[in-house]
Design a protein around this ligand. Structure first.
Ligand code: SF4
Ligand code: SF4
Length: 715
C-alpha cells in the first residue's frame, strides 16, 4: 500500500512539474509574433509526418547515425508500452495492457527494440566519443551524454524487470516470443523467491524513477525535440522551397520610426521560437554550410542555438511581466538586448549565401534562411547597418534597376556581335506580341562580359531551334533577388511590382531565363505579388529542344565535362537533370560528376547577395568549390548560372588552372557543337563563321563593361 501512495505522490509531483514547464514553453512560443502557418495542404502534411517524422528520411541520408536514430526513435514509441506496464505493475502485480498486453508479437517487439536502442546508444557513443565529427562543435555535449546514459538506464532496467518477472512467473507475455528477456531471467537463477521479489521491486522502482526524472529533464534540454519535432514538421512552411517569407511594405508611407524584421527576441515569430526549441544540436546543418566549412563565423546550428538560449534566458521574465500588466510587458521588451550584434554577431548574418543546404539537411525542418533574412531586414531597413560595399549595389538597384548601375539602354548591348561576329536581331516584346516565349536576359547577362556571351549563345540556339521569342530590352529590371536577400525588402518590392506590371502589360505567359536567381524569384516569389508566369531555366529549355529534335548536337567536342549545380536550381527548385541531358547529348563529351552534386551541391559563394559583398574571413567559398571541380579532373566546368560562371572562372584563375580548364555555360557547349564545330552543318554551310572555334578561348569582341560593385568578388 505504502509503495502505491509514494508512487502516486511522485507521479503527481512529476506531472505537475512537467505541466508547469510545458505551460512556460507554450508561453515562450506565444511571445513570438503571429504568423499564419495553418496547414492547408493536408496531403503534404501527412506525407511529411510519415516520411520526415515516421520514416526519418532526412536522418537516414546519413546512414549510420540515421539508422541509429531510427532505432532509438521507434524504440521510444514501442517501448512506451513497457513504461505503462512498469507503472501499472507498481499498482498491480502481473499488470498487463488491455487487449494487446499478452500478445506475443508485442513482447517480441519490445525485446527487439531494447536491444536495438542499446545498439543505437553504443553507436552514438562511438560517434560522439571516438569519431567526434566536427558537426558537434558547439553543441551541448555533456547534456547529450546525460540523455544517453538516462536512456541506457531505462533500457537496462526494462530488461532486468522483465527478467525478474519471468523468474517470478508473472510476466504477461508468452516467453517463447521474448528470448532477450528470457536471457535476462537467467540472472535470477538459483535465487530465493524473496530475493527475486525484492530485486523485481528495486528494478521496477529504479526504472520508474529514471522515467520520472527523464520526463522533467527533457523539458529543459535539447531532447525537447522528442515532443516538438512532429509539431515543427506539421507547421513547416508550405511556400515553395526557394521563396522567402513575404513582407508587404507600404513603400509610399514608410516613416523613420518604422521597424522591420527581427531586431529583438520578441520580433521572432512563434514558429521561429518553436524552431529554437526543436533544434537537436545534431549539427547536420553546420556540416553542410559553405560559410562554416570555409572558416566563417556563421554556423546555422549555433545561430539557432544562440536564439534558443536567449529565449530561455529572457523567457521567464517576459512571461512574468506579461502576466503583471501590458505596461510591464512593454517595459520588459524595451529592455531586451538587440539580437544583433549582442546575441548574434552581424558578421554571422552577412555570411549566409542562402544556399539552402542547412534547411535541406535539418531533420526537423528548421527554417534558418527565414530567420537570417529577417535579421538582415532589420539591419538594413531599421538600423541601416550593413557591409559598406553593399551600399553601391543597393543604390544602383534603387536608382537604375540593376546592381551594376548601368542605364536601361545598355541592356541590349549583348546582341551586338557575339562569337558569330554579327548582331543578333531579336525583337522587343513590344514589337512581337505573339512571341511564344519571353527571354529574360537578367542583369548579369546584360552587363557582365562573360555572361553577355552566354546570353548571346543561348539566344542564337533559340534562333536555330526556330523559337519565336522576344526580350524586354530596356524595360527589364533586376528581378529583385539580390535586394530581397540582402534584406532590402522595399527595393525588392519596388522592382518586383514594376516587373510584374510590365510583364502583365504584355500578357507574358512563358519566360525563359539563363539565371537561376531570376528563375527562382519570378517562379516562386512573384506570385506573392500577383505575378503568375510559367518560368523555365534555360538548361531545362535546351534539354527540351534537344529532346524534340529542334536542336541537334553534331560536332564532337572531345571534352571531359563536369557540371556545377547552382543552389537556386538544384537545392531550391529540384532542377538539375536538363543540364546533364544537354551535356550528355553532345557527341564526344565524357561527363564526370563532382563529389557534391545535384541536391547536395556546394554553393559557389555568390548567392544571398554575397556577390556584392567582400569575403573577409577564411577560405573563399568559390575557391573551395573550384578545388572540387578541379578534383574531378575535367577540362571543362559547365555552369548554368551567370554568378556561378563568374565565381568559378575567378576560382580557376586564382588556382592558375585557366590554361587547362575552362568554365562554359551549358548553352555555350551546345552551340559549339551545333554551329562552331567544323563538323557541324552550320559551319560547313557558312564556311568559316564557326568552323575551328577554339574550345577554351573566348572571343575578345565584347569588352568595356564598366566596373560594377561585383568587382569586389570578381577580381
Ligand atoms: S543557407 Fe547556406 S550559407 Fe546560409 S546558413 Fe544555410 S547552409 Fe549556411
Ligand atoms: S538546426 Fe536542424 S540540422 Fe541544425 S543542429 Fe538543429 S536540428 Fe540539427
Amino acid at each position: 500500500m505504502l509503495e502505491k501512495v509514494v508512487m502516486t505522490i511522485l507521479l503527481l509531483i512529476t506531472l505537475a512539474a512537467f505541466a508547469r514547464r510545458v505551460n512556460d514553453l507554450v508561453g515562450f512560443v506565444r511571445l513570438g509574433q503571429g504568423e499564419d502557418r495553418r496547414p492547408r495542404d493536408w496531403g503534404r502534411k501527412l506525407k511529411d509526418q510519415l516520411v520526415v517524422v515516421g520514416l526519418q528520411r532526412k536522418l537516414l541520408q546519413w546512414t549510420v547515425p540515421g539508422v541509429m536514430h531510427f532505432f532509438i526513435f521507434w524504440g521510444f514509441n514501442i517501448l512506451f508500452t513497457t513504461i505503462v506496464e512498469a507503472f501499472g505493475a507498481v499498482y498491480q502485480e502481473g499488470f498487463h495492457l488491455p487487449v494487446i498486453g499478452k500478445w506475443g508479437p508485442l513482447g517480441a517487439m519490445q525485446d527487439f527494440f531494447v536491444v536495438a536502442v542499446l545498439a543505437g546508444l553504443a553507436t552514438a557513443l562511438v560517434i560522439r566519443k571516438i569519431q567526434r565529427p566536427g558537426r558537434f562543435r558547439g553543441s551541448h555535449l555533456k547534456e547529450a551524454d546525460y540523455i544517453l546514459y538516462l536512456i541506457a538506464g531505462i533500457m537496462i532496467t526494462i530488461l532486468l524487470t522483465r527478467g525478474a518477472e519471468i523468474s517470478l512467473g508473472h510476466f504477461p507475455y508468452d516467453t517463447r516470443w521474448t528470448p532477450v528477456s528470457n536471457f535476462a531471467a537467467q540472472l535470477f537463477t538459483g535465487m530465493s523467491v524473496a530475493a527475486r521479489d525484492a530485486l523485481d521491486t528495486i528494478f521496477l522502482w529504479w526504472h520508474s524513477l529514471i522515467i520520472l526524472g527523464f520526463l522533467v529533464y527533457i523539458t529543459y534540454s535539447k531532447h525537447l525535440h522528442i515532443a516538438t519535432s512532429p509539431i515543427n514538421v506539421l507547421f513547416t512552411s508550405e511556400r515553395p522551397k526557394g521563396a522567402l517569407k513575404p513582407m508587404h511594405i507600404d513603400v509610399e508611407n514608410m516613416s523613420e520610426d518604422d521597424t522591420f524584421g527581427v531586431g529583438k527576441l520578441t520580433d521572432l515569430t512563434w514558429k521561429q521560437m518553436l524552431d529554437g526549441m526543436t533544434c537537436t544540436e545534431c549539427g547536420r546543418c553546420q556540416s553542410q554550410c559553405p560559410a562554416w566549412s570555409t572558416g566563417k563565423p556563421l554556423s546555422p546550428k549555433l545561430l539557432i542555438m544562440d536564439m534558443r538560449d536567449h529565449m530561455f534566458e529572457y523567457g521567464d521574465q517576459l512571461l512574468a511581466a506579461k502576466r503583471e500588466s501590458d505596461e510591464k510587458f512593454q517595459e520588459a521588451i524595451s529592455q531586451l538586448p538587440p539580437m544583433n550584434p549582442d546575441i548574434i554577431e552581424d558578421e554571422v548574418i552577412w555570411d549566409c549565401t542562402t544556399c539552402g543546404a542547412c534547411v535541406q539537411a535539418c531533420p526537423v525542418n528548421i527554417e534558418h534562411i527565414d530567420t537570417i533574412i529577417d535579421m538582415r531586414r532589420n539591419l538594413v531597413m531599421t538600423e541601416s547597418r550593413f557591409p559598406r560595399e553593399m551600399q553601391s549595389a543597393l543604390q544602383n538597384l534603387e536608382t537604375t534597376g540593376n546592381p551594376w548601375g548601368q542605364p536601361p539602354a545598355a541592356r541590349e548591348e549583348w546582341m551586338k556581335g557575339g562569337r558569330r561576329q554579327e548582331e543578333l536581331k531579336i525583337p522587343r516584346i513590344s514589337e512581337a506580341p505573339d512571341a511564344e516565349v519571353l527571354f529574360w536576359v537578367g542583369c548579369a547577362g546584360a552587363f557582365d562580359d562573360r555572361n553577355k556571351k552566354v546570353v548571346y549563345d543561348f539566344a542564337r540556339l533559340m534562333q536555330i531551334a526556330g523559337v519565336k521569342f522576344a526580350v524586354l530590352g530596356g524595360e527589364e529590371n533586376c528581378n529583385g533577388d539580390p535586394a530581397r536577400r540582402m534584406g532590402a525588402e522595399y527595393i525588392y518590392q519596388m522592382l518586383a511590382e514594376q516587373n510584374i506590371e510590365t510583364l502583365n502589360g504584355y500578357n507574358v505567359k512563358k519566360i525563359v531565363t539563363v539565371c537561376p536567381h531570376c528563375f527562382n524569384t519570378m517562379f516562386n516569389e512573384y506570385p506573392q505579388f500577383g505575378g503568375n508566369f510559367e518560368v523555365v531555366h534555360h538548361t531545362e529549355y535546351l534539354a527540351q529542344l534537344v529532346a524534340e529534335g529542334r536542336l541537334e548536337p553534331q560536332g564532337e567536342l572531345a571534352k571531359t565535362v563536369t557540371y556545377h549545380d547552382p543552389c537556386y536550381n538544384s537545392r531550391h527548385n529540384d532542377v538539375f537533370q536538363g543540364a546533364r541531358n544537354v551535356i550528355e547529348s553532345i557527341p564526344g563529351t565524357e561527363y564526370k560528376e563532382m563529389h557534391r552534386h545535384g541536391h547536395s551541391t556546394f554553393c559557389c559563394g555568390a548567392g544571398g547577395g554575397r556577390m556584392w559583398m567582400e569575403e573577409r574571413m577564411g577560405k573563399k567559398v568559390n575557391t573551395e568549390r573550384t578545388d572540387e571541380a578541379l578534383a574531378s579532373a575535367s577540362d571543362t566546368v559547365a555552369v548554368g548560372c551567370p554568378f556561378c560562371n563568374i565565381m568559378l572562372s575567378d576560382g580557376i584563375q586564382e588556382r592558375k588552372a585557366d590554361d587547362r580548364v575552362a568554365v562554359r555555360d551549358v548553352a555555350q557547349l551546345l552551340l559549339e557543337s551545333i554551329e562552331f564545330h567544323p563538323d557541324s552543318d552550320a559551319a560547313k554551310a557558312t564556311n568559316g563563321i564557326g568552323g575551328g572555334y577554339p574550345p577554351t578561348k573566348e572571343p575578345e569582341e565584347m569588352t568595356g563593361t564598366p566596373a560594377g560593385p561585383g568587382d569586389a568578388q570578381t577580381t
